[in-house]
Design a binder for this molecule. Sequence first.
Ligand code: ADP
Ligand code: MG
Length: 661
Amino acid sequence: MQELNEIKGIGINTIKCLNNLGINNIDDLVSYYPFRYEVIKKTNMKEAVDGDKVTIDGICENTPSVFYISRKLNKMTFRINTGYMVIKVTIFNRAFLKNKLIPGKEVTITGKYNLKHNEVMASDLRFGLLEKTIIEPVYHSSYRINSKKINKIINSVLGKTKVKDYIPLALNQKYHFMDKDRAIFLAHNPNNMHVLNEALNKLKYEELFLFMLKMNYLKNNSRLTAGLKREVDYVKVESFINSLPFKLTSDQLKCINDIYRDLTEPKRMNRLLQGDVGSGKTIVSFVALYINYLAGYQGALMAPTEILALQHYLNMQKLFPNLKIALLTGKLKAKERKELLNSIKDGSIDIVIGTHALISDDVNYKNLGLVITDEQHRFGVNQRGNLKNKGITPDILYMSATPIPRTYALTLYGDMDISSIRTMPKGRKPVTTILKKDKEIKDVLYMMLDELKKKHQIYVIAPLVEESENSDMENVYELEAKMNKAFGKVATIGVLHGKMKPAEKDEIMEKFKNNEVQILISTTVIEVGVDVANATMMVIFDSYRFGLSTLHQLRGRVGRNDLDSYCILISDRETKRLKVLTETNDGFKVSEEDFLLRGSGDLFGERQSGDMNFKVADIRHDYDLLLRAKEDSERFLKSKDYMAEHNKHIHEHILMAVDLD
Ligand code: ADP
Ligand code: MG
């Protein structure tokens, strides 16, 4: 059995519901594990206090009375005798059970206890007494398909389908793991906590082991792939560095060194350059492109937004007037694009800067030696893969401004070498971050006015509305009207949002850069990379809606020189979480905190790729298991066992998962 339509007794509608939950085949189905387990255990009512969630069982004392409050709402009350006391039960919208609840019927009730009225407000009712503790699997469900139904469907295929165990025999023995079939059965049908944990442990380990195996495989593989060996005179690099208007920090120099070494050695580079917002990664990437150019290869720099691509392009042109640098974005006209593609192909272009357009199928390079992606966490793994495919074996440099907690470095970037910029360029002052409530907007406006008087510029992030992009846009314009009312006489206000055409975005960004616009109201499109030194204030509405890392990134737009700068977080909610930002400017601490509070989601922004979506494992809690899986997978890859016939399926799984070029 492989496909959902082979399951007896489920129809096309149910299949659709399952698809919506991300379940597309039998493998997905059996590994659709509960996200939590509800433990249903009888409460000792002698100890229960008012407001407790309690579970009691007993027999119905009377025929329930039902009140129909509205068409969609009814309320039923009855009494049960627990053998120790009689308790009143109230439950909503179960009128359909009335005829079954005859006196003498055994029932189990879960709900909130009201001591004064000796009543339970029931949220759950099941027939029969509670003989022993029940552990109930709870699945992520939808209103079309509930948790119980999901469990039923899963159980209807368990045993009828063969699951592969991806843990090598030796390791299964070493840890005394149970069979995978049994582990899966127990995960969906737990009957005691201890055994359930054993089952989950097996499944978690398998998931982490495979993940680390994949990472280690990739790492070894990129090591083994012959890279380009370049002859580059470091003196030339040095003289460029010395010509810069500022002195590079020692961390920047160290990163350049790492890269220089990678590029000149035959090993293929697969490196992550990480550093907080504003730490100066861009110039490092430019030097990398320059080294690559000196050796006679083409280079490509991919940015996540058009605005950022343009900014890099203009900066790089300024620094390297003699190089042929091109900007390739989605907004080029067909004819311009064609001409540009030709010059890339015939090698008359040295360096191409652009957005996703860089990895379109029709872009062919003459001799692409180096590919750099900026703000790499914004790109999915597939795009990462695509870029790799472009050259012969180009070296790869990823840049990320989201400092990664240790765990993540190990997992997400386990296949890469890492260079870090830890210190900020000299003269930077930390951004003062202030929390304000919605009703304190007046204070905020005064603070804004102060900055405007000092001839500084301001970013304003409009409230984020999840429903649709259109309402985002409306929000931006609504805010523009308000800001115009407040500052129309002293400042020019511009807006920026995702629905604007690239050319319009560039135009407004250009105006902001040239200080023709003093207040820029925007959605989070400006989150990454944009550099306007005269902007000293960032005002973020509804800031509770964002993850700390995103807010930190936004805040990084200001404080780009030695002026005092401010970030104002407006929020009525989650102020405790947001307070972290008022206490530290250290992106590493922020992301660590974010990680603990919210999990991985926000750290990697729009990364849609599958590899961090663990099904059972949670690397915050299963860190020890992860470390073990890491070691085991390293050893396994080197061992003879890896190539053994009985482990062939593991090797095949890896190859399929990493999809190497
Ligand atoms: P990010 O790491 O966030 O991409 P950028 O590369 O955009 O940061 O750098 C932020 C600003 O700091 C830029 O204006 C850049 O020119 C400047 N900068 C970079 N390195 C230094 C340095 N060593 N000293 C002073 N300013 C620097
Ligand atoms: Mg940057």
